[in-house]
Write a protein that binds this ligand. Sequence first.
Ligand SMILES: C[S@@+](CC[C@H](N)C(=O)[O-])C[C@H]1O[C@@H](n2cnc3c(N)ncnc32)[C@H](O)[C@@H]1O
Length: 234
Amino acid sequence: MEKRSIDLLTNGGLLSVLDVGSGTGFDCWSFMIHFGEGTKITGVDSSKIMIEEATIRYGVKYPQINFITASVEHLPFKNNTYSATHCERLLCHLPSPNTAIEEIIRVTKPGGRVVVTEADYGTTIIHSDLLALTERLVNLLCISITNHRIGRQLSGTLAANGLKDIVIETNNLVFRSLNEFDRASGLISSLESAVEKGVLTNNEKTAWLEDQRNKDEKGQFFASTTFFTVAGNV
Ligand SMILES: C[S@@+](CC[C@H](N)C(=O)[O-])C[C@H]1O[C@@H](n2cnc3c(N)ncnc32)[C@H](O)[C@@H]1O
């Protein structure tokens, strides 16, 4: 994670941090390294497998990091529990991100910090000679993600839920190889499913991928997506 995102978590004197959608726990470990062992850190994830993995990687070794299986829509904490709450790359998967934001703000102390990072997949650009087809493909890629435009909605939704003194930072993730972009976006399987659904012809898929593979071989592949970090005070 970006060091700047960690800095945004504190107004000074941090005692407890909650990371929702904590995955395999790397961010929780980063918070401990950054804020010191006196800070109590909780990672929450709805996937039992993720929580087990995070516990093996970090929870066993560092007793101040605690991992709990729970859904962000129903956080098992009292109101005003944490000094700061962090959430990264989770809201884009939720049918109702506002419920998650309400919960994040509910469990954060008055005057505490909330930091949320999400991509806006509508900002995805891919260098291609087939411009109109590329725009269609980016749109197909977007609609395979539940909340693909959460990035542009994030600051407004957090403000509507009462977050104050909002700051917004951006980070462009740049991909220089087709393989790397495919791993991050699921591009090739999205194209295959678009052909199966009849919204893309096999010829279009083949022509587009041939152009991309050509560029890739010559070191000319380029794709980028913008991530937005929105931080503020409860
Ligand atoms: C893309 S991963 C991001 C992990 C981590 N925040 C990061 O940025 O590396 C999204 C995580 O959110 C979890 N997740 C999905 N839906 C959730 C929910 N409703 N409540 C809590 N966690 C959820 C997934 O299990 C997954 O670990």
